[in-house]
Design a protein around this ligand. Structure first.
Ligand code: TTP
Ligand code: MG
Length: 401
């Protein structure tokens, strides 16, 4: 089922707050930033000032040259943060899945909210209206099946934009957009793509995966997916450490379930060690499987008690993979991650049944010893099950996030 992801971004945020607080400034070119006689830059400016060619990050003197009649104001961070909290509060009335990106923008996953509040589109309109009446500011919104497309959509018709991208209109929306609109494509990648004659996302879609990975390494695969509007990143409300995960892309796609189980065990082991290294235990275990057609599925489960044990991470991950029928397809990438970190004292899940706490203590100590040994003597000193086989067949190096 397609997700309903919304991205919201306030229009000319700092400048709009200044106009809100001082009605005399409304309709005027307002530039927030450094002293116009100094050497600083523009933070942002009202849309009235943008008509003069003023932009964020432009030297303030250049802004003053272009728009001498503008009203120049220093930023008032505390006030912007206060308004931001008001906005984020409104967003959280419609879903707990709100991921703030900065003071003035956030992602919302509205997929599950639809059964409560109606279609995502209506929810988004309600949110925009509420922000207008309760806060007094305007926002632009994008709705799409994923984060990349939603963010792109919210930027297409600013200010007061409201753009919906669906699987049906996606191709025509993306086709003629410059490659710089792709998440992660900065000036360097843009220049490299232009050298290959690739200016638009439509042209990028025509390039074979091998060519992109040959030229850009692993990020070539991201380019390949994003150009096709594929982006599986979840909306993660937790601002702090979100998840610890490990994934592996195979050189050759494989449907060998026994081999995949071995890989999963190895990945669980890597994740558990990093959890212990950071003294974290998590309750949410997520498995990600990408097949040879680049279809990615993620399955997650929440266990009753937070863990940093590879045995539990593997057991739960394996169950999820089985439910996703992973042996029934050619797998290109597999990953596992742990999130939902516990904030309190660590308690381990009952791995050995009712009276197993002594065994768990022992296992906890064993993990510590194993970690220490590995630190001293390297990874190879202790292996589990099929790990040796995994390492032999391992393709491209694993990627962590
Ligand atoms: P943006 O959302 O990028 O810009 P904006 O809200 O001012 O305008 P719009 O979204 O309508 O294009 O950034 C949000 C705030 O972050 C902006 O109001 C000021 C601050 N900011 C800076 O201080 N410096 C910068 O270079 C940018 C881009 C933003
Ligand atoms: Mg903005």
């Amino acid at each position: 089922m397609a997700r309903k992801i919304m991205h919201i971004d306030m229009d000319a945020f700092y400048a709009a707050v200044e106009q809100l607080d001082n009605p005399e400034l409304r309709g005027k070119p307002v530039i927030v930033g450094a002293d116009p006689c100094g050497r600083g830059v523009v933070s942002t400016c009202s849309y009235e000032a943008r008509r003069f060619g003023v932009r964020s990050a432009m030297p303030i003197r250049e802004a003053f040259r272009r728009c001498p009649q503008g009203v120049y104001l220093p930023p008032r961070g505390g006030r912007y943060a206060q308004i931001s909290r008001q906005i984020m509060n409104i967003l959280s009335q419609y879903t707990s899945l709100v991921e703030p990106l900065s003071l003035d923008e956030a992602f919302l996953d509205l997929t599950a909210s639809e059964s409560l509040f109606g279609p995502a589109e209506d929810i988004a309109r309600q949110i925009v209206a509420k922000i207008e009446t309760e806060v007094g500011l305007s926002a632009s919104v994008g709705i799409a099946p994923n984060k990349f497309l939603a963010k792109l959509a919210s930027d297409l018709k600013k200010p007061k934009g409201f753009v919906i991208i669906t699987n049906e209109n996606m191709e025509s929306v993306l086709e003629n957009l410059p490659v710089s609109k792709i998440w992660g494509v900065g000036p360097k990648t843009e220049a490299a793509l232009k050298e290959l004659g690739i200016h638009t996302i439509g042209l990028l879609c025509k390039v074979e995966l091998d060519v992109l990975t040959g030229r850009f390494g692993e990020s070539g695969e991201d380019l390949y997916c994003l150009a096709r509007g594929i982006d599986e990143r979840p909306v993660s409300p937790d601002e702090e450490a979100k998840s610890i995960g490990h994934e592996l892309t195979f050189q050759t796609d494989t449907g060998d379930r026994q081999f995949l189980s071995g890989v999963l065990l190895w990945l669980a082991d890597q994740v558990a060690r990093r959890l212990r290294q950071y003294q974290l235990q998590g309750r949410v275990i997520t498995v990600k499987i990408r097949d040879n057609n680049f279809k990615t599925i993620t399955r997650r489960t929440t266990i009753p008690v937070a863990t940093d044990f590879e045995e539990i991470i593997y057991r739960e991950g394996h169950k999820l993979a089985e439910q996703a029928n992973w042996g029934g397809k050619k797998v290109r990438l597999i990953g596992i991650s742990v999130s939902g970190f516990a904030k309190d004292e660590p308690v381990q899940l009952d791995l050995f049944g009712e009276s197993g706490s002594e065994n768990e203590d022992a296992l906890g100590k064993l993990h510590q010893t194993v970690d220490q040994l590995r630190e001293r003597f390297g990874d190879q000193i202790i292996t589990k099950g099929t790990i040796m086989q995994v390492q032999k067949r391992m393709g491209q190096d694993d990627k962590t996030r």
